[in-house]
Ligand binder design. Structure first.
Ligand code: GDP
Length: 447
């Protein structure tokens, strides 16, 4: 997706800032260039990229970082805020009776989105109906009808009628008991006058409360013209980005939102009627940036740091991704995690990890209860420095010695060693994660 690359390339530049408390012009220059490169390669409109990067540059150079903030966090915060600002709030979609008109080119996912949105409203206790006015694409009627059946929502269409405006009128009348009217329109392969004329007529006929532009996440630079045309003709209040489950870059969608001065209302994440979600700007950007949930993470880390007060031993969740994993690391991490909350939730927030991979972990990897931790602490106190650094050398006789010394059973010592191995394996697995895994995780995250 669009910001996927941004996340990983930015992290590279940001890592170079580690330990710095001030940014110099070269730092800012490099970061801004990194941002430009990834946004342009994700098909975001050139002038938009320039606007965005110049405000990031300006802020990074001139804003005073809040006390105690590192240069790295300061930049990250600025990038994040500028993106939130660009994407804006989610389109306001009140849970009340309304008519929604869908516009977009053929294949963008309008018909699918109509049924999905109807399903979404039905889960909110409203009574939706889909009116299919697409007389241009053969098969649109059957497809819409079938999807509405799957969504268990009312459907109106007329396969024998050629006049879409008439279908719209009759459809609104036939479904007048419904709370929500979702009017699907015909697309074309490209923007044409006929398409614009037709949608304007339908718009006059149904008088929608909001018109939404449906865009395939794969749309590139073409998004700008399309968005402007539709906005000029019927006025676009919100954008639906479809096919985000694919590998599309999605940059065009950002351009469209900016061009129409609108916002994103929904995301389409699959082919079934339930694969739709309301757009949440903050979480969306955090995740796309590959930063986990930034706000939550920083708050929790801060709290845990204060409580642990370990000074130089401060635990950074990102460290889990680097280097070898000793028993001491395990001890430190277990302590910090215990203060931060359950391990699985903490892992969710580690930049670049995202969420869904938890399913692939053995349950026991998460099972570090307070009691067990206390016992493990006592056991580790009876271990030598060498054993803590390299638990592999602990054989049967050492296990016996450690058990005697700590007053804990040999079994518990074994358990500690097993736990360490399991965590080590798990971490190796994360370290070896490739892009394909990331994509999979993103998909799971969105469900
Ligand atoms: P329309 O011509 O704009 O009405 O587009 P359709 O609703 O017919 O969608 C075109 C194709 O995209 C169909 O094969 C849909 O199943 C597929 N599609 C629509 N939305 C999504 C989505 O969110 N994810 C995926 N994977 N496919 C989608």
């Amino acid at each position: 997706m669009v910001l996927d690359n941004l996340g990983s390339s930015l992290r590279g530049s940001l890592d170079k800032l580690q330990g710095k408390s001030r940014l110099d012009e070269d730092d800012v220059d490099e970061i801004v260039r990194e941002i430009q490169r990834s946004l342009l390669s994700a098909d975001v409109d050139v002038s938009l990229v320039m606007d965005l990067s110049s405000s990031i540059e300006d802020r990074a150079l001139h804003e005073e970082p809040p006390g105690g903030t590192s240069a790295r966090d300061h930049v990250l915060k600025i990038v994040y805020e500028e993106l939130v600002d660009l994407i804006g709030e989610s389109t306001d979609i009140p849970l009340e009776p309304q008519t929604i008109l869908l516009a977009g080119l053929q294949g963008s996912g309008k018909t699918t989105t109509a049924a999905k949105m109807a399903w979404w409203f039905s889960t909110k206790g409203l009574r939706p109906a889909v009116i299919q006015t697409d007389t241009f694409r053969p098969g649109a009627y059957d497809q819409a009808k079938q999807m509405c059946e799957e969504a268990e929502v009312e459907f109106y269409g007329d396969p024998d009628e050629e006049d879409p405006v008439k279908i719209a009128r009759e459809g609104m009348e036939a479904t007048e008991d419904a709370d929500i009217h979702i009017v699907d329109t015909a697309g074309r392969h490209a923007l044409e006058e006929a398409l614009i004329d037709e949608i304007e007529e339908i718009e006059r006929q149904v008088n929608p409360d909001r018109s939404m532009l449906v865009l395939d996440a794969a749309i590139g630079q073409g998004a700008k013209d399309q968005a402007r045309e539709f906005d000029d003709s019927i006025g676009i209040d919100g954008v639906v980005i479809t096919k985000l489950d694919g590998t599309a870059k999605g940059g065009g969608a950002l351009t469209a939102v900016n061009e129409t001065d609108s916002s994103i209302g929904f995301l389409g994440t699959g082919e079934t009627v339930q694969d739709i979600e309301r757009f949440e700007p903050n979480g969306f950007i955090s995740r796309l940036l590959g930063m986990g949930d930034l706000k939550q993470l920083s708050e929790r880390v801060e709290r845990a740091m204060q409580e642990t007060q370990e000074g130089e031993d401060d635990w950074d969740p990102e460290d889990i991704m680097k280097g070898s994993f000793t028993l001491k690391d395990m001890q430190k991490q277990m302590e910090a995690m215990n203060k931060m909350g359950p391990l699985d939730q903490v892992l969710d927030m580690i930049p670049g990890l995202g969420g869904g991979f938890k399913d692939e972990l053995p349950d026991d990897a998460m099972d570090v209860t307070q009691d067990r931790m206390r016992s493990f602490d006592v056991i580790m106190d009876s271990m030598t420095e060498e054993e803590l650094e390299n638990p592999r050398i602990v054989g049967a006789s050492r296990v016996r010695r450690i058990a005697r010394g700590s007053g804990k059973g040999e079994e518990l010592v074994q358990e500690l060693l097993e736990q360490h191995k399991m965590m080590e394996r798990t971490i190796k697995q994360f370290q070896g994660m490739g892009d394909g895994d990331m994509q999979r995780m993103m998909k799971k995250l969105q469900n």
